[in-house]
Write a protein of this length. Structure first.
Length: 269
């Protein structure tokens, strides 16, 4: 009886041990299966990602190939063909889609004679560039010119523009000088005259030299009124004796003072 009871106790302990061990082994098997599944899934994702990269690379090779040519649309007077080629050369070989057109535009427009550059892509690997050249209305001092907006364009040397009138004035006076130059030229045009040189002095006094060599002193203000007065006197008195006149002084409230080449000074009302 004692032996039987002892055996039953041992069997009960063994079953309890088995009951404790069996679930643990089952959990290990399920965990192993999950890890394997996760690994396979990861490998699949990597494979898909690799295939995707290969496809993207193939598309990129087709759509973003190197630029093979640059087309230029321009009517240039002051920019030579060799200069244009030099400006465009760095673009050859760059990526068709990867090229920063905004930066290229800024680089091209740094050239003093290029007012505006418009860039566009032409499929599959060409760039089209339309250029607009600056319009010089006059030389500014000895280092540049003024465009139609009165903006100074610095060249360093404007000897190539000797055919243009020369303007000068204090710092930051470019726009005002350009404006007066245009207005005075408009007044002179019916008389067959034009400005050859215009100077705004440091004390803000104006003086001009006309295309026929005549000097006119205008003073500081009311320039247009003074030029209209000059027009009236010119047609009635000065024009017949133009070759004898050295300068005309319009700084007076009424009338003008004329300095003749023979050093005679007279007044005309």
């Amino acid at each position: 009886m004692k032996a039987s009871k002892t055996n039953r106790k041992k069997n009960t302990k063994n079953r309890r041990r088995q009951d404790l061990v069996t679930p643990t082994r089952a959990r290990r098997k399920r965990l192993s299966g999950w890890l394997i599944g996760s690994f396979i899934t990861s490998v699949s994702v990597v494979a898909i990602y690799a295939v995707g990269n290969t496809a993207n690379k193939a598309v990129t090779e087709i759509t973003d190939r190197p630029i093979s040519a640059v087309e230029i649309e321009a009517a240039m007077e002051h920019v030579s063909e060799s200069e244009l080629q030099s400006l465009m050369q760095p673009m050859i070989g760059q990526r068709f889609l990867g090229t920063d057109l905004t930066q290229l535009k800024a680089n091209i427009e740094q050239h003093p004679w290029i007012a505006q550059a418009n860039l566009s892509r032409r499929w599959p690997d060409r760039l089209h560039i339309a250029l607009e050249e600056e319009t010089a209305i006059a030389r500014w001092r000895d280092t540049g010119f003024l465009n139609h907006a009165g903006k100074e364009i610095v060249l360093g040397d404007n000897q190539s523009l000797m055919y243009l009138p020369k303007l000068s004035g204090p710092k930051e006076s470019q726009l005002e000088v350009a404006k007066q130059f245009v207005e005075i030229n408009r007044t002179l045009q019916p008389m067959g005259l034009s400005v050859n040189e215009m100077i705004l002095s440091e004390d803000l006094s104006w003086q001009i030299e006309l295309s026929n060599g005549l000097f006119i002193k205008l003073g500081r203000d009311q320039l247009q009124n003074k030029m209209e007065r000059f027009s009236t006197v010119f047609e009635s008195t000065l024009k017949p004796r133009l070759a004898e006149i050295q300068s005309v002084d319009l700084r007076y409230r009424n009338g003008v003072a004329v300095k003749w080449i023979k050093q005679e000074i007279s007044s005309a009302n």
